[in-house]
Write a protein that binds this ligand. Structure first.
Ligand code: ZN
Length: 426
């Protein structure tokens, strides 16, 4: 079994919101001796130094500098968010029962959210004398539930039911007399008067390892915390090359990445510019020898629905990292990107599977093509094969986590040179 299974489950179970995922990534970097930088301060970066900076509380970029003048940036990007429901500003809905008002966040498979204990996690702004202080909140108990309508009252429940988002997905908190208690409970958890919040529902079911050989892992948020965790482990354990390893954890991928801390923000280019200021080569030269691995989970062939996959390029769980292709550039892997990624995985002895959407099923998009609009470097779109993407409880294979860690360790420890005629990796 994957030796880090317990640690991976711990990371997943501790990251019930994008804010918690960023905080847990930051904690791992702190433990490894990285210095936290504030974007509001002047940065003094030393050769051999290890740093990270956070933006918006839910995104983070970490990097370390080689001793000599660097060759370029080796970047891996994953995302911290997942489909969920965001609590409205004043969430309590009084009535016969006390319910909580939410708005859908991203493209969840709605049916998976019903009839299971839920809770709330995210960030709150607690009022202080002169403003507010951001604090993380995770109400660590079964608190809410969205009940199904009985089959006797909804005979189409098993025949492609059309959801009414406002009505069908509103969680139950308590009875008529419990009005006012939800807000109080949040304030108690926050330790002060809440001015505003970014709070999301999460399911209470913990991550589990299962299957005949204990090879599978099921958990919430595997898309994309499985990739984030694998990239982080590879980043922390890689040797030193002559390039600058950069780890990005972006927020907002599930809603198009357009936030101050998403892939469609200036976050990455701002950080790379500040790193480049202290180098002899300068940013434009560094970018010529740079590469982006956009790591976001991929669809494995479904055991009951193999017909939904491309017939020749259907990744199987447990058989390696997935390299995603799309000639219309929803995935931006081209020949050069694929070549570099294959070369790195060959060094790391990691198998690579190819993914194409079935020709008549458009599929999703991801971080890569959004990020390269800001930082235009060769890119490989990759992921780990998983089932039930955007269910509140997803399934993947532990072996693939080990493969990603090994691939990222090789990637971050290498030195890449890209010329007009090809590339070389040392
Ligand atoms: Zn994703």
């Amino acid at each position: 079994m994957y030796k880090n299974a317990k640690a991976l489950c711990g990371f997943l179970d501790g990251s019930h919101s994008a804010y918690h995922a960023a905080a847990n990534t930051a904690a791992a970097l702190d433990e490894a001796g990285y210095t936290r930088l504030s974007e509001g301060d002047r940065w003094v970066l030393a050769p051999g130094g290890k740093y990270y900076t956070c933006r918006g509380g839910s995104a983070l970029i970490a990097f370390r500098l080689p001793e000599g003048d660097p060759k370029g940036f080796l970047i891996a990007a994953a995302h911290t968010d997942r489909p969920s429901f965001k609590l409205k500003f004043r969430p309590e809905l009084p009535g016969t029962y006390c319910r909580v008002s939410t708005e859908r966040y991203g493209g969840a498979i709605l049916s998976t959210w019903l009839d299971r204990p839920l809770s709330v996690a995210g960030r709150v702004l607690v009022e202080t004398e002169q403003g507010a202080e951001a604090r993380l909140v995770d109400i660590d108990r079964d608190l809410l539930l969205i009940p199904s309508v009985a089959i006797h009252m909804n005979r189409q429940a098993n025949d492609g039911y059309k959801w009414d988002l406002t009505r069908d997905l509103t969680p139950l908190f308590g009875g008529k007399d419990d009005t006012g208690k939800f807000g109080k409970l949040l304030e108690k958890a926050a330790g002060g008067k809440i001015l505003s919040h970014d709070l999301y529902l999460y399911v209470r079911q913990k991550a589990t390892v299962w299957g005949g050989e204990k090879q599978f892992i099921s958990a919430q948020g595997l898309d994309d915390l499985q990739c984030l965790y694998g990239c982080l482990q590879g980043f922390l354990h890689a040797g030193t090359g002559r390039s600058i390893p950069v780890l990005c954890a972006f927020d907002s991928e599930e809603v198009g990445s357009c936030s101050t801390q998403g892939a469609d923000s200036t976050f990455l280019e701002d950080v790379l510019s500040r790193i480049a200021e202290g180098t002899v080569s300068g940013k434009n030269t560094l970018l010529q020898n740079s590469f982006l691995v956009s790591a976001d989970n991929a669809h494995a062939v479904h055991p009951n629905h193999p017909e939904l996959a491309d017939p020749e390029n259907a990744p199987v769980m447990g058989q390696g990292v997935v390299l995603k292709f799309n000639s219309n550039l929803r995935y931006c892997t081209d020949g050069l990107g694929a070549g570099i990624f294959h070369r790195i995985c060959k060094t790391a002895k990691v198998p690579v599977q190819s993914y194409y959407n079935r020709a008549d099923i458009p599929g999703g998009s991801t971080l890569g093509h959004i990020s390269i609009a800001h930082i235009s470097v060769p890119t490989a779109d990759i992921g780990l094969p998983q089932l039930a993407m955007h269910s509140c409880y997803e399934t993947a294979h532990l072996k693939d986590s080990a493969y990603l860690t090994a691939a990222m360790e090789a990637f971050f420890g290498s030195s890449l040179t890209i010329t007009e005629n090809g590339f070389s990796v040392e």
